[in-house]
Design a protein around this ligand. Structure first.
Ligand SMILES: Cc1cc2nc3c(=O)[nH]c(=O)nc-3n(C[C@H](O)[C@H](O)[C@H](O)COP(=O)(O)O)c2cc1C
Length: 503
């Protein structure tokens, strides 16, 4: 049946296209004659249709790249037009509130509401499926009086008794997004919002954090595999540059990024055309040459060398130093833990990014098919830490679509001590999930450097939204903690979860 429908549609298209091709020629002749006989104004129309005919001829008889254009001529352009505006049509007209990906409309609307401080309750009932065997939180018969709850407190670097340890008082931090992936105004709105909310902001791997520094937020400086901002011209690590950045008052922690969920094990190339004077300065790279981001840190080719590199960064920075990665081989992670024990060197935190994580740009197959998703990754890493008896050696931070307070609480129950969210804060900035982060055309001015597109992004207004979102998440964390009958965030454990198999 489906086959005969397809066939009917293609036969019709063929007829329509043949008709259109003939019609365009007749129309051109008609307009030409009209111009000759009645009024020269008709020549304009004849000229326009002539252009269409030339285009049609080119599509039908000359170009070879597009079969559809070769078969149907200009008629096929309608298909391209409809295909290009299809996502918008589906998003606004046809998709239900719980359908879109990676975040459905309901999830996005929830962030928007929190960012705008509007509407604190919903009516009638949840829109989620309750037979889907999702993870849930357990509440208690005996909710805690909010006044008795212990404030959230997490000190990075306390295990090493660092002089410059860093304490956060809310469970959320803004995940790494570089200047490069994000435009100047988005970075400034995030940084100003982070400052107002009293939460730190990860710089991403874009090099010297010029714009992140402008509005006073506490920063976690990230060093990626290309070591932007802390490299020599040949891409090797430059300790003097890291030392300089580490001494900046606002820089509170250093993060060595090994991989991220959306593209684990993938390097990249920054084409020379994209290297402006400013980018060259911030990233410490030369102009006029392509720059390669290796898939991994060149200094790290084994567990031993990786732990040695970590020690070096800790010694240079004197700051709490974490490592970020998406979990792949658990065997390698076990070897790494053994090596940490052997050298007695531990990171101050490990940031686990689930494979569902976001990115400015990555190959689709890396986004879809590599790495552990967040919750299984948390399960694996916490049990490996317990197996190696190193549970108390470092903190666990985590990220991967954790944009609601409920999901964040679940991650805390699974063993995380704090949460990063990147896209949650993008949504707070007004991201409409146009999925154009990789081509400089973000319609709301977030992942673009176009001054025109950034025009609508008001730093002051959006920083308020960032602040509101963070404070509302924090408020909901406490509310849920009380409902779950726990006094301290640190007391949360897997016992507070209802696992799918126990439904
Ligand atoms: C636009 C964009 C840029 C990103 N840039 C970086 C980066 O520079 N370094 C990094 O480690 N992760 C980067 N990420 C990944 C996020 O930090 C985060 O790990 C991931 O998106 C998962 O968190 P989320 O689901 O809350 O967004 C980026 C993500 C996005 C959406």
């Amino acid at each position: 049946m489906a086959f005969s429908n397809e066939r009917k549609i293609s036969l019709n298209l063929e007829k329509i296209s043949r008709f259109l091709n003939g019609f365009l020629v007749i129309l051109m002749v008609f307009f030409g004659l009209a111009g000759f006989l009645w009024n020269t104004g008709w020549y304009w129309l004849a000229g326009s249709v002539l252009i269409l005919n030339i285009l049609n001829g080119y599509y039908l008889y000359i170009q070879k790249q597009h079969a559809l254009l070769a078969n149907f001529g200009v008629l096929a352009l309608f298909r391209y037009l409809v295909e290009s505006i299809g996502p918008e049509f589906r998003q606004y007209l046809y998709s239900s509130d719980t359908e879109e990906k990676p975040f459905n409309r309901m999830e996005r609307a929830d962030v928007y509401k929190q960012a705008k401080n509007s509407e604190k309750s919903s009516a009638f009932g949840s829109l989620l499926e309750f037979d889907n065997k999702a993870l849930k939180l357990k509440h208690s018969f005996y909710p805690i009086d909010p006044k008795k709850l212990h404030p959230f407190h997490l000190c990075f670097g306390e295990e090493r008794q660092l002089k410059q340890s860093y304490t956060i008082n809310k469970a959320i931090m803004i995940g790494g997004m570089s200047y490069g992936a994000l435009g100047r105004k988005a970075i400034r709105a995030l940084s100003a919002g982070a400052k107002k909310a009293g939460i730190p902001l990860n710089t991403g791997e874009g090099g010297y954090p010029k714009y992140h520094l402008m509005d006073g937020a506490d920063l976690i400086f990230q060093m990626g595999t290309a070591k932007f901002g802390v490299r020599n011209e040949d891409g090797s690590f430059n300790p003097d540059l890291l030392e300089k950045i580490s001494r900046l008052e606002q820089v509170k922690m250093i993060e060595i990024k090994f991989s991220q969920g959306a593209k684990p094990g993938k390097g990249g190339l920054l084409p020379k055309e994209k290297i402006t004077q400013e980018i060259a300065e911030l990233r410490a790279i030369p102009m006029g040459k392509d720059v390669i981001s290796p898939a991994g840190h060149t200094e790290c080719y084994s567990a031993e060398s990786t732990v040695q590199f970590l020690r070096k960064i800790q010694e240079v920075s004197l700051l709490p130093t974490g490592i970020k990665f998406c979990l792949g081989s658990t065997k390698e992670l076990g070897q790494m833990f053994l090596e940490m024990k052997k050298q007695n060197i531990y990171p101050d935190y490990v940031a686990i990014d689930g494979s569902e994580g976001g990115t400015g740009a990555a190959p689709k197959t890396f986004m879809d098919d590599l790495g552990y998703p967040l919750f299984p990754a948390l399960e694996k890493i916490t049990s490996l830490m317990e197996e190696h008896k190193i549970r108390d050696k470092f903190k666990l931070v985590t990220s991967g679509k954790l944009i609601s307070a409920g999901k964040q609480m679940m991650a805390l129950c699974m063993g995380a001590s704090a949460i990063y969210t990147a896209r949650g804060f993008m949504l707070a900035l007004g991201c409409i999930q146009a999925l154009r982060c990789n081509n400089n055309t973000c319609p709301v001015g977030i992942t673009t450097h176009s001054e025109k597109l950034q025009y609508g992004l008001d730093i002051e207004e959006k920083s308020e939204r960032v602040k509101n979102y963070a404070l509302n998440l924090d408020y909901h964390h406490y509310e849920m903690l009380a409902a779950m009958g726990e006094v301290k965030f640190l007391d949360l454990s897997r016992d507070n979860l209802i696992f799918p198999s126990s439904h």
